[in-house]
Unconditional design. Structure first.
Length: 394
């Protein structure tokens, strides 16, 4: 009976294209929420809220990416005024373009996933766009491996966004993950070990400051009978007096009064001998490396990969910011194209990137000096719209 029920249900479903491997992917989780294996909330708390290098790396990338102006092309023609540009300029009453994109890039860097929700707009473009928190969102895969819904959980309540039929109300942007079919891999997860080392080194520094920046010594007990063992009462009393009178910043430098049989033997180590500072700087460079931020831009000493700050800033835009903006803008363009009913192309305006001004100037000089090119060809190579006379002749 059960098998007949499944057969009847399968005959009612219209035939459509599906991935050949999708059934294998979704075999063990069909119709159920595919929870992410990593704890985004913990990574965010430890690596972003509690680590200055992770915090600055995420903010630096997100702010730089959100500040890039976007160019819209429809059918190969560039538009300076368009409903899509107006929507991106003011996506919702509480956020502008920079605030919305900064939140989207931030979630993508912290969790490997970014979610945009389309609100309103029964016909045509959405009325508003909102960024949804990635730690609250979960994906529900169908029998063929493709998402059939997204669930957003907050305050013990869940809201399900159905996808698959028509235009999806959710735009899911994810980073590449070789071992997950539904969620992306965040740089924060790759840098998790380095974040732990950096935070541990910071706690070590704090502990040294709490103990007058000197390493611990040893209290040696020699009883009157030559025995080195203390009674339980004597041991607990000694610990209590040490904690009350000789630990913490307010007790720094206070002389120690030792009773008969106690002798203080300081250790011969210093913070420089332990070289924890070098370990901390190495961990900071690993965190910056995971995010693609040159350590020079974060003020981390000991890195001489780039000759100067300007070269490091140009590499930062070329290798980190522009690929991220290109990925996100392409995904958002494809998503909004379904609402607009025409093929849209959003891309960063490279002419407005100060770090690439030298490269752009050299390109303009080369194209301008090419006498074998017509003016229309030169404008096309530089990414400019055709001149008015060229359009009339075309």
């Amino acid at each position: 009976m059960v098998f007949d029920l499944f057969r009847r249900a399968s005959r009612d479903v219209p035939e459509r294209k599906a991935s050949a491997t999708g059934r294998v992917v979704a075999w063990g989780s069909s119709g159920r929420v595919a929870w992410s294996a990593r704890d985004t909330a913990s990574l965010t708390r430890v690596g972003f809220l509690g680590n200055p290098v992770g915090f600055r790396s995420v903010r630096l990338i997100a702010e730089a990416a959100a500040a890039l102006p976007l160019v819209l092309r429809v059918g190969g023609r560039r538009y300076d005024e368009h409903p899509v540009l107006r929507l991106m300029a003011r996506p919702n009453p509480l956020q502008g373009r920079a605030e919305l994109l900064e939140a989207l890039y931030g979630h993508l860097l912290l969790s490997g996933n970014g979610y945009l929700e389309a609100v309103g707009g029964a016909e045509g473009l959405p009325a508003e766009l909102h960024v949804l928190r990635s730690d609250r969102m979960s994906l529900v895969p169908g029998a063929d491996g493709w998402p059939v819904a997204y669930e957003y959980a907050v305050g013990g309540r869940r809201h399900r966004f159905a996808v698959g039929d028509g235009i999806s109300p959710i735009c899911h942007v994810r980073a590449f993950h070789p071992q997950d079919d539904h969620y992306g891999l965040s740089p924060m997860q790759a840098a998790a070990a380095a974040v732990d080392v950096h935070n541990a080194a910071s706690r070590w520094s704090k502990a040294l400051l709490d103990n007058a920046a000197r390493p611990s010594g040893a209290i040696v007990y020699r009883g009157s009978d030559g025995q080195g063992a203390m009674s339980a009462e004597q041991y607990e009393r000694l610990l209590a007096e040490m904690e009350a009178h000789h630990q913490g910043a307010r007790n720094a430098g206070r002389p120690m009064l030792l009773e008969g049989g106690l002798d203080w033997k300081p250790m011969g180590f210093s913070p420089s001998d332990m070289e924890f500072q070098k370990t901390k700087e190495a961990a900071a460079r690993e965190i910056a490396l995971a995010f693609g931020v040159p350590p020079m831009l974060l003020g981390i000493p000991g890195d001489a990969t780039y000759a100067n700050y300007q070269e490091a800033n140009r590499a930062f835009y070329r290798l980190t910011v522009l690929p991220l903006v290109g990925r996100v803008s392409a995904a958002v363009s494809h998503w909004l194209s379904g609402y607009a009913g025409e093929e849209l192309e959003l891309s960063p305006d490279l002419d407005q990137v100060p770090a690439l001004a030298a490269e752009r100037e050299a390109q303009w000089a080369r194209v301008s000096a090419a006498e074998f090119l017509s003016d229309a060809e030169k404008r096309a190579l530089l990414g400019l719209a055709p001149a008015q006379g060229d359009e009339e002749r075309g």
